[in-house]
Design a protein around this ligand. Structure first.
Ligand code: G1P
Length: 300
């Protein structure tokens, strides 16, 4: 599996005014835009052909993952080797392609826009808002499970009952492997109290190409949008042995942030920064003092 689809057409209204003229995916998490973590994750799982499903006002993404000769020349002249590498890195991670979604009609519609590029091979989908800590990558494990089952694979995470209605939710049964479950049903954003389990879909998928035909037949669902979860539900219910049948869940227990949510975004910045060798020690000290309430107004 070499292709991954990364939907990035969302407007990012939750972060206005920061996202008025800047795509939400370019919000920095320490010193890298959030989307670069996602691209690095795909590249680490061996995916070298990425398709961004974009919309209006996303040109900064194309510039970020392209070369910038002027900047590189300045850094090279100054002998700033580390900065030169940082500037070049994004363009070297993978071959990145773009398709425009036109009218944003939901995640299912965004994935459907990838059909011509993907063709008839299995592919990954990574949602730009979900940032998975580099120490806890799960995509390679999902690809292994797909190799074995031949069906689609979704990443699931147990969330508190109060949060499940923010997600797609899977009804599951255990398998012989502790981190793998068979998905028996799916529902997008179930009302609180009616969710079939505590397992939320997080934004990582390995999909079989049969999903495209199903998406073509999928009517708008939750929020009036064409939902990927609804198409996966059809595949989960297909009789065993028929094309594209079966959905399996891999249970994620690592560190994951929703960079589209302010609280979670702030945590991602702090969590990643405190663990960095170059930034962590003084920042930890600062946070300790801040929490202890030891600061007077002279502190920055
Ligand atoms: C999307 C999916 C949902 C999934 C979530 C993960 O929802 O539709 O099934 O649980 O991503 O982040 P969104 O967050 O775009 O509303």
């Amino acid at each position: 599996m070499r292709k991954a689809v990364i939907p990035v057409a969302g407007l990012g209204t939750r972060f206005l005014p920061a996202t008025k003229a800047t795509p939400k995916e370019m919000m920095p998490v320490v010193d890298k835009p959030a989307i670069q973590y996602v691209v690095e994750e795909a590249a680490a799982a061996g995916m070298d052909d990425l398709l961004f499903v974009t919309g209006r006002n996303k040109r900064a993404l194309e510039d970020h993952f392209d070369e910038n000769h002027e900047l590189e020349a300045v850094l090279a002249r100054k002998g700033s080797t580390a900065l030169l590498a940082a500037a070049r890195d994004p363009a070297s991670l993978a071959s990145i392609h773009y398709v425009r979604q036109g009218t944003p009609r939901g995640l299912g519609h965004a994935v459907a826009c990838a059909r011509i590029h993907v063709g008839d091979q299995p592919f990954a989908v990574l949602l730009g808002d979900d940032l998975i800590d580099p120490r806890d990558y799960i995509l390679t494990r999902m690809a292994q499970v797909h190799e074995r089952t031949g069906g689609s694979v979704i990443a699931l995470m147990a969330v508190p009952p109060s949060e499940i209605s923010l997600y797609g939710c899977a009804a599951v049964v255990p398998t012989a492997e502790a981190d793998v479950v068979a998905v028996t049903d799916l529902v997008e954003k179930p009302p609180a109290g009616s969710a079939p389990s505590q397992y939320a879909i997080i934004g990582r998928y390995v999909l079989t190409p049969q999903v495209f035909d199903v998406l073509d037949q999928t009517s708008p669902g939750s929020g009036g949008e064409i939902q990927l979860t609804d198409a996966l539900r059809v595949l989960a219910h297909r009789p065993v042995g028929s094309p594209g049948a079966g959905v399996t869940g891999v249970v994620f227990t690592g560190r994951r942030y929703d960079t589209g949510d302010k609280q979670s975004y702030l945590r991602s910045v702090v969590r990643i920064a405190v663990d960095r060798a170059d930034l962590g020690p003084p920042l930890r000290e600062y946070l300790r003092e801040l929490v202890a309430g030891d600061f007077d107004t002279s502190h920055g």
